[in-house]
Write a protein that binds this ligand. Structure first.
Ligand code: ZN
Length: 171
């Protein structure tokens, strides 16, 4: 079921591919999260037919929920919408390399592919600190693509933390 992908073709407006366009939706969600005082991470879940099942930003503060990372919020919504806790054909886009909790959830959901923007050298659990998404001792491995709109995704985080430091210094 690649109909929509075929219809849209590989290249979109301005020569951007489908991955870039999906990542832009994740970036938009990350910006909205920043507006709520959340760490600016966004995620998009695309079903195997190419349809967007869920778009979410971080909600840990908004929901007072330590598990409400963008990826978890998006996976929950996508599973509910598709009526299946397994998202076997899904592609997940995340602006930042997922943490250990989120990488574990991606394995649990059996997603087909993960695409992320910028690496997280401190907590990334895909390649940087742990390698949960292609760990041979786990019973599911997914396709991985890193570095999609990496500079923009990284800049969002840098801006956010710079601003937070600046506010702290003022206090
Ligand atoms: Zn996470």
């Amino acid at each position: 079921m690649q109909a929509q992908e075929d219809f849209e073709g590989g290249e979109g407006v301005g020569g951007e591919g489908l991955d870039e366009r999906r990542m832009r939706e994740a970036i938009r969600a990350a910006r909205e999260a920043a507006g709520r005082g959340e760490v600016p991470v966004g995620a998009v879940v695309v079903g195997d037919g190419g349809d967007v099942l869920a778009v979410a930003g971080n909600r840990t503060r908004s929901d007072c929920d330590p598990t409400a990372h963008a990826e978890i919020v998006a996976l929950r919504e996508a599973a509910r919408r598709s009526g299946n806790y397994r998202l076997t054909g899904a592609v997940v886009y995340s602006t930042i390399e997922p943490c250990a909790m989120c990488a574990g959830a991606l394995v649990q959901a059996r997603v087909r592919r993960l695409v992320y923007g910028a690496p997280d050298a401190r907590a990334g659990a895909v390649r940087s600190v742990f390698r949960i998404c292609d760990e041979s001792s786990l019973n599911h491995r997914m396709e991985l693509t890193a570095g999609v709109l990496e500079a923009e995704c990284r800049a969002l985080m840098q801006e956010f933390f710079r601003e937070r430091r600046r506010r702290r210094d003022e206090e």
